[in-house]
Ligand binder design. Structure first.
Ligand SMILES: [Zn+2]
Length: 173
């Protein structure tokens, strides 16, 4: 197991559209284990492969502490096939440390995905599980939570964002 370095805002890999995982094999499962470790180490509730520099449609999530569940989960090639209701939640991101914003998103989603055994599943998610999955799926499409903020709120955050870009250029990986 390994803790992987997290890519920060300003890193171009965060803006790339990730490619589907072709085969769910041991290499993918190992990567998922490392991503779970990395997520826990950074006190996160979700992490997308792009955040550790890999443009793959793979993410890990764990909202068990708030909404129940059996601990960390792996989602491969996830696809939202339905969404309903709306709720606001203060959202942050491991790639934008120290920043957060109240965002409206659907409360519930129906998700199609492959699990770590490669089986195709369809499952409903709510509350924080749903929120984390929507946030991480945005990462797979090169989208960040700041893209969903109103232009005025985003302008207010611009200075902090510019500081983050400077920092990310100073980080050697
Ligand atoms: Zn994020």
């Amino acid at each position: 197991m390994a803790i992987l370095p997290i890519r920060l805002y300003g890193d171009p890999v965060l803006r790339r559209k990730s490619a589907p995982v072709a085969v769910v094999d041991d290499e993918i499962r190992r990567l998922a284990v490392d991503m779970v470790e990395t997520m826990f180490e950074n006190n996160g509730v979700g992490l997308a492969a792009a955040q550790v520099g890999l443009s793959l449609r793979l993410l890990v999530a764990d909202a068990t502490h708030r909404d129940g569940g059996d601990g960390p989960r792996v989602f491969i090639n996830p696809e939202i096939i339905d969404a309903w209701d709306e709720w606001s939640f203060d959202e942050g991101c491991l790639s934008l440390p120290g920043l957060s914003a109240d965002l409206m998103r659907p409360e519930g989603i129906l998700l199609r995905y492959h699990d770590e055994t490669g089986s195709e599943c369809e499952e409903e998610f709510h509350q924080l599980w749903s929120r984390v999955l929507q946030h991480e799926i945005d990462h797979l499409d090169g989208r960040l939570f700041v893209d969903r903020m109103s232009p005025m709120r985003r302008a207010l955050m611009e200075r902090k964002l510019r500081e983050l870009v400077k920092e990310s250029k100073n980080v050697s990986l």
